[in-house]
Design a protein around this ligand. Structure first.
Ligand code: HEM
Length: 210
């Protein structure tokens, strides 16, 4: 099952115009499924996010590269609306966001409809320029103060990551090569081999649920 997810991701990246790359297969499936993994939040500083990436064997270049996956997909207002409605209790928007984008997102998120599930929450593209293409436009957008999540914008501003962002914004090929490399590296984290785990007979469930 894990191989299938990794292969499907590889194919989706290629179909969306991103790099093609070869991934090793043969992963076995785990016997534990834990939805409450401790992932960092989108408003944590770059240094904290980097600390997290290091704990899983990824470095600074991997971090900047993999966040480039935000070149596709969407974010719901709940993850960024404080940036446009009331940034850090100032009653004003985040000054690091382009004022035109602030206006657009304010209109999008400033609804009074209460919502219990993400399904009803408005959303916007993470890459406001080429939203369906895996390319380096994400980096150009964040250089123009058009990052949606705080972490996206901080990536362009923090001195830890800014030089890498500038390089990828300028050089689409450098991003493509790095993306292929870091995706393979991420896919090799904690791979189960030998007798560990199992090979699922049905993708959706453990072989013996008891
Ligand atoms: C630790 C760093 C990261 C943080 C804090 C983060 C945070 C987020 C958040 C808050 C969203 C919006 C979710 C929503 O509104 O439903 C999102 C979306 C997304 N993220 Fe990340 N992310 C991180 C790293 C990554 C990595 C490493 C990848 C892949 C290599 C990735 C790929 C995506 C994609 C493709 C989407 C769009 C999903 C969709 O359209 O449904 N992110 N991320």
């Amino acid at each position: 099952m894990l191989d299938i997810v990794t292969l499907a991701t590889r194919d989706a990246v290629a179909l969306a115009g991103g790099p093609t790359y070869t991934i090793p297969t043969g992963r076995r499936d785990g016997l534990v499924s834990n939805s409450s993994v401790d992932l960092p939040g989108p408003s944590q500083p770059v240094s904290e996010i980097l600390r997290f990436f290091r704990t899983i064997g990824l470095n600074k270049i991997d971090m900047v590269t993999l966040l480039g996956a935000h070149t596709v997909g969407v974010a719901h207002c709940s993850f960024f609306q404080s940036r446009v409605l009331d940034f850090r209790g100032t009653g004003r928007p985040d000054p690091t966001m382009d004022p035109k984008l602030v206006k657009k997102l304010f209109r999008l998120c400033n609804t009074s409809k209460p919502s219990t599930t993400l399904n009803n929450v408005p959303k916007t593209f993470l890459d406001q320029n080429t939203s369906f293409i895996v390319d380096n436009q994400y980096y150009n957008q964040i250089l123009k103060k058009k990052g949606i999540l705080k972490i996206d914008q901080e990536l362009a501003l923090d001195k830890l990551s800014a030089p890498i962002v500038a390089r990828f914004a300028n050089n689409g090929n450098a991003f493509r090569k790095s993306f292929a490399k870091s995706m393979v590296k991420m896919g090799n984290i904690n791979v189960l081999v030998g007798d560990d785990g199992e090979i699922r007979k049905n993708c959706r469930v453990f072989n013996n649920p008891n």
